[in-house]
Write a protein that binds this ligand. Structure first.
Ligand SMILES: CC(C)(COP(=O)(O)OP(=O)(O)OC[C@H]1O[C@@H](n2cnc3c(N)ncnc32)[C@H](O)[C@@H]1OP(=O)(O)O)[C@@H](O)C(=O)NCCC(=O)NCCS
Length: 156
């Protein structure tokens, strides 16, 4: 099984997370300034997965309060580390933390075209909330998905 360590991400992880971000996305990237803000101001629940002491995957999730949905702002895994269960580990940990905080819904946006990310979210039980025409910088449509955290298990 995967020998990964999952821990909270801090502002000290900014550079490492930006490297993962730049390896995973070609557009709609989190800027260095935005990343520092997200990691430093307590506005988000951020988690990093390490292999051999090196950050290789992360989640950034905005948590506005119990009554409002949390928003998975970004999830990314270094290309050479994909397909080994890291995002499953991170998402499972995030969902557990959100449930402990009493958060009832988790939302995210994803590109409409088929992708590992869409398959991942389907596996966790996210359902379609809204279609978002031309949502991305390159004009691709997006989908807003939601997971009801009050439901039982995910990963059907
Ligand atoms: C999407 C992403 C986060 C998945 O991370 P990962 O660690 O490789 O995923 P896991 O190994 O935990 O796999 C979890 C599930 O994702 C889906 N999945 C992962 N890789 C897949 C692939 N190449 N093709 C289809 N489905 C895939 C499967 O449902 C898989 O479950 P299974 O192993 O039971 O079939 C990763 O591919 C990534 O970082 N992509 C680039 C960034 C990105 O697109 N982020 C999401 C933005 S919305």
């Amino acid at each position: 099984m995967l020998d990964a360590k999952v821990r909270p991400a801090t502002v000290a992880d900014t550079e490492a997370l930006l490297v993962i971000e730049s390896r995973c996305f070609t557009s709609d990237k989190i800027s260095p300034r935005q990343m520092r803000y997200l990691l430093s101001r307590g506005v988000a629940l951020n988690t990093v997965a390490e292999l051999d002491g090196k950050p290789v995957a992360y989640t950034v999730c905005l948590v506005p309060g119990q009554q409002r949905p949390a928003r998975l702002y970004s999830i990314a895994v270094m290309p050479e580390c994909q397909g080994r269960g890291l995002s499953t580990l991170l998402l499972t940990s995030l969902i557990e933390q959100l449930r402990q905080r009493g958060c009832q819904r988790l939302r995210l946006e994803v590109r409409a075209s088929p992708s590992p990310a869409r398959t991942l979210y389907q596996k966790f039980g996210f359902t379609l909330l809204k279609k978002l025409p031309a949502y991305y910088e390159d004009g691709e449509d997006g989908l807003r998905l939601q997971l009801n955290l009050l439901n039982g298990t995910e990963q059907s």
